[in-house]
Write a protein that binds this ligand. Structure first.
Ligand code: GUN
Ligand code: ZN
Length: 435
């Protein structure tokens, strides 16, 4: 098998940075390289050392002066909403009913699902997102199309067909039994095939009957290693309606708790308005709160209280995601920039090192996949991106005054988007330059 040697300024996180200049949290090599074989990183470090381990026939690509990083990870995105990003609505429930629940009906058509999947994966590659956790529509065909495209591109993806059997148009409703059967069929066809992972995906408490929640619980028991994804505590009207639908539960989190959907592989999109009790139970179960800043701002949902959740006696695990199409940009750079501003409004800080940690190793840890993705350490999948902090004239001008790595990262975060992604390697193969 051919070896590929990718040369550039290497940045790889080892742990969560504790301060503005926590050098122990990452590895940085001014002249660095990654050696890839069979889609996996075999060595990474300074160029001379890595070069010495490469065979004569290794393909060498020199990306200097650009940065090499692990690919970005987006742990909450709706691929079926690619054509409703930026739809004008006052708040969540109006947005869902007016646009989302109309648009997702189109994914009944496998041809449409195939076309949008291809376009979606092009955007992932263009924006340097190498792993995402995606919601498909209620239709099994929408998930089939997604996984087929992901597998064809050899990308590590997690996805599920949404289970929803009430409070939505007829054409978008499954039943407790069909939601269960379709999810099981998807697991049988796709889970563990190449780099594909199936997630159990009850959309949110409002659109699942108690009977369907029980079916989700059964799936969790049958497949304890699978991820589970849903939405939680995004909007006040949503919370009120949920409490009306499940009066026997303590609170919104209590609904998922009641059906045993909490746990270390459970991802809860938004988790904005949590009480202390809810945060405690999230913490005790190792559940993950997914911060979706562009979406939370766009839909006016609220300000995610990241530092309180992170630093309380019982800390809650946190990921950060786009939530396209409630989210307004595919870029994890744009996402973390908006996240920074959400924290600023609450008197909280997120250092540039922390931002880049969160969109790489931090999100990998939140997915319990840090042994496979999220860094450039040996043994990890060779999902690598090349970042150019001079990608636009405005960035190049600003770079003239930048002296430190943390400043460069902050500039990438503040002014960067897909234009700053020079190349995206998927399992060691260049994918962006060949789009
Ligand atoms: N809650 C239930 N479904 C959705 C969705 O598609 N987007 C967002 N932002 N929240 C939801
Ligand atoms: Zn969502």
């Amino acid at each position: 098998m051919t070896q590929r040697l990718i040369r550039g300024r290497l940045l790889s996180f080892l742990d969560a940075p504790q301060s503005l200049d926590d050098h122990a949290a990452y590895r940085y090599e001014e002249d660095g390289a990654v050696l890839v074989e069979d889609g996996v990183i075999t060595t990474s470090g300074d160029y001379a050392t890595v070069r010495a381990q490469a065979g004569e026939g290794a393909i060498v690509t020199d990306h200097r002066p650009h940065l090499l990083s692990a690919g970005f990870i987006d742990p909450h995105i709706h691929y079926v909403q690619a054509q409703i990003i930026g739809s004008y609505a006052a708040a969540l429930l109006e947005w869902l009913n007016t646009y989302t629940f109309v648009e997702e009906q189109r994914f009944n058509d496998a041809e449409h699902a195939t076309r949008i999947s291809a376009a979606f994966f092009d955007e992932m590659v263009r924006h340097g997102t190498t792993t995402a956790v995606a919601y498909c529509s209620v239709h099994k065909a929408s998930a089939e199309a997604f996984f087929a495209e992901s597998h064809r591109r050899n990308m590590r993806m997690i996805a599920g067909k949404v289970m929803m059997d009430r409070n939505a148009p007829e054409a978008l409703r499954d039943t407790p039994q069909s939601g269960y059967d379709d999810t099981k069929a998807l697991i049988a066809s796709w889970h563990g095939k190449g780099r594909q992972h199936v997630a159990i995906t009850p959309r949110f408490a409002i659109t699942s009957s108690p009977e369907q929640m029980e079916m989700a619980q059964t799936l969790m028991r049958e497949y304890p290693d699978l991820h589970m994804q849903t939405h939680l505590s995004e909007n006040h009207a949503e919370i009120t309606f949920t409490k009306e639908l499940f009066p026997w539960c303590d609170d919104y989190t209590g609904v998922y708790e009641h059906y045993e959907l909490l746990g270390p592989k459970s991802l809860f999109g938004h988790s904005i308005h949590l009480s202390d009790r809810e945060a405690d139970v999230m913490s005790e179960t190792g559940s993950v709160a997914v911060f979706c800043p562009t979406s939370n701002l766009f839909l006016g949902s609220g300000l995610f209280d990241l530092k309180t959740l992170d630093e309380r006696d019982k800390p809650v695990r946190i990921a950060i995601a786009t939530d396209v199409g409630g989210g307004t940009n595919y870029s994890m750079l744009r996402t973390v920039d908006e996240g920074y501003k959400v924290l600023q409004l609450q008197g909280q800080r997120m250092t540039p090192l922390e931002s880049f940690y969160r969109i790489t190793l931090g999100n990998a840890r939140a997915l319990s996949l840090d042994d496979r993705i999220g860094s450039l350490e040996p043994g990890r999948d060779a999902d690598i991106i090349v970042l150019d902090a001079r990608a636009t004239p405005a960035m190049a001008l600003r770079m003239e005054t930048v002296g430190k790595l943390s400043e460069e990262l902050f500039l990438l975060q503040t002014l960067g988007d897909d234009r700053a992604i020079v190349e995206t390697y998927i399992a060691g193969a260049p994918a962006k330059s060949v789009l």
